[in-house]
Design a binder for this molecule. Structure first.
Ligand code: GDP
Ligand code: GDP
Length: 462
């Protein structure tokens, strides 16, 4: 899944029909449970070989409490913020209406990446309306028929380059398992670290088990109630994200706060939601694993933290509800000890104490996130690495299975996000795992690389 497409437009133009066509039966969560209201419907879409997330902003007509227009406007704005690309649908048979112009305005104001589609244009229908849609000033209208599946190949050809472009900018959204390590990379092949910016916000996920304080923390960071917590919280389904400015750093926070709220409704939803939490990890560069300081490092916490490490994300562990702690120094020692023992794979990752409720420690958390992000992007020059490698093998030589000593000849960094190193060696199949760990821990200490997974790839060199 590479990008998120939001289908927007006024009621009745065919948004849901198009959503259903793109998603088919793959809708992740069918929302017929009483008490679960939703606004933005989301599903996994397919179009040719493209896989993406589609958000449908239809179904708003059900709102009773509020003026339809106001609500629609807000939700459209939210859909636009969450999406990478917007598909703006108008009705080719009706032509451009004043409501369409309002939507066009929102899209322009939000500077959205817009594809314009004139729907209900099957056969030769709607030619005049499609032409009229040029007047919206959003480029060439694609003529499509959601109901009859016409124009989908055109849609594909418009989406394809945008999808590629997005994938190139968002390496983080690619699963780590897709990484191919070329043998002959040099440090110059790895792009230098670019700090987060408005154009490329740091992708952050806050994960943790129900009641750890995720919603409270995210709301505190956002400093406004944009995540819709409270009784209405069931409407945040799946992973959604919001852009924000956390102490001056542009970030996009992936929210999984809906987990607990849905768990209250029924079992089935809860299971899906845990998967959603993990899904947020896939979009994140830095993952904050939030613990409840009263019950830290329980099985669920360990699993969540381990998942973030396996996925190759930078990890910061935050112990929340610190305000409730009386004997802070003793508790801190206890936490550190448990951390080292239970999460050796995250050795060196920062452990910060926070109170989401009072806001205390949010500055430390911010600093730890930035540092972890930088370390996750860290490059170590080849010359330094090789000096280091000789010192390491001298201090603690690799074993000699069957009398033939393993030789580690040469080392270079092959990737970042997270850092990955290739070591050319003899008898690579005989190198014990413990020796790999020795090198990884050594790299952490020598190059100050706590907070990121580190990968070592041994390559045979006779
Ligand atoms: P939404 O309110 O924008 O989600 O619109 P819907 O998807 O509910 O569609 C509104 C109406 O337009 C329904 O009666 C659909 O059957 C009809 N419709 C949707 N797409 C097409 C199309 O491509 N051609 C025609 N002729 N009708 C369509
Ligand atoms: P989530 O399920 O992880 O999103 O957790 P919530 O944010 O809904 O918080 C669960 C409960 O813990 C709520 O009653 C919060 O008020 C409380 N809580 C969250 N953070 C703190 C904190 O830092 N200190 C204290 N004392 N309570 C907190």
């Amino acid at each position: 899944m590479s990008f998120t497409l939001a289908i927007v437009g006024r009621p009745n133009v065919g948004k849901s029909t198009l959503f259903n066509r793109l998603v088919g039966k793959r809708l992740a969560l069918v929302d017929d449970t009483p008490g679960v209201t939703r606004d933005l419907r989301e599903g996994d879409a397919r179009l040719g070989d493209l896989r993406f997330i589609v958000i449908d902003s239809a179904g708003l007509e059900l709102a009773e409490d509020d003026s339809l227009q106001g609500r629609m406007r807000r939700l459209t704005e939210r859909a636009v913020e969450e999406a990478d690309i917007c598909l703006f649908v108008v009705d080719a048979r009706v032509g451009v209406t004043p409501a369409d112009e309002i939507f066009a305005d929102i899209l322009r104001r939000k500077n959205a990446n817009v594809i314009l589609a004139a729907n209900k244009a099957e056969g030769n229908a709607g030619e005049a309306g499609a032409l009229e849609a040029w007047s919206l000033g959003l480029g060439e209208p694609l003529r499509i028929s959601a109901e009859h599946g016409e124009g989908m190949d055109d849609l594909y050809h418009v989406l394809r380059p945008l999808a590629d472009d997005f994938a190139a900018k968002n390496v983080a959204a690619l699963p780590e398992t897709d990484v191919v390590i070329e043998d002959e990379l040099s440090e110059d092949d790895i792009p230098a670290y670019i700090p987060p910016s408005a154009a490329k916000p740091l992708q952050l996920a806050v994960i943790g088990r129900p009641n750890a304080g995720k919603s409270t923390l995210i709301n505190k960071i956002l400093n406004e109630d944009r995540l819709l917590t409270g009784p209405e919280a069931g409407i945040t389904r799946d992973a959604i994200s919001v852009k924000t400015d956390y102490m001056g750093t542009p970030m996009r926070i992936w929210d999984t706060a809906g987990m607990r709220k849905k768990a209250r409704v029924n079992e089935k939803l809860e299971k899906l939601s845990v998967a959603d939490g993990l899904r947020a990890v896939r979009f994140a560069e830095v993952v904050v694993v939030l613990l409840d300081v009263n019950i830290p490092f329980e099985t669920q916490d360990l699993r969540i933290a381990d998942f973030a490490e396996t996925e190759g994300r930078a990890v910061v562990v935050a112990a929340n509800k610190w305000d409730l702690e009386d004997d802070k120094p003793a508790k801190l020692l206890e936490l550190r000890e448990a951390f080292e023992r239970l999460l050796p794979q995250l050795k060196g990752a920062p452990l910060v104490t926070v109170s989401a409720k009072t806001g205390k420690g949010l500055d430390r958390l911010h600093a730890a996130i930035l540092k972890a992000h930088e370390v996750w992007n860290r490059r170590v020059p080849t010359a330094k690495l090789n000096n280091w490698l000789s010192a390491m093998t001298e201090a603690h030589p690799p074993p000699a299975p069957g009398g033939r000593r393993i030789k580690l000849r040469y080392m270079t960094q092959a990737k970042t996000r997270p850092p990955g190193f290739v070591v050319k060696a003899t008898h690579t199949d005989k190198i014990p795992e413990a020796y790999g760990r020795y090198l990884v821990n050594g790299l952490r200490e020598s190059f100050d690389m706590g907070g990121t997974p580190i990968r070592i790839y041994f390559r045979d060199q006779g």
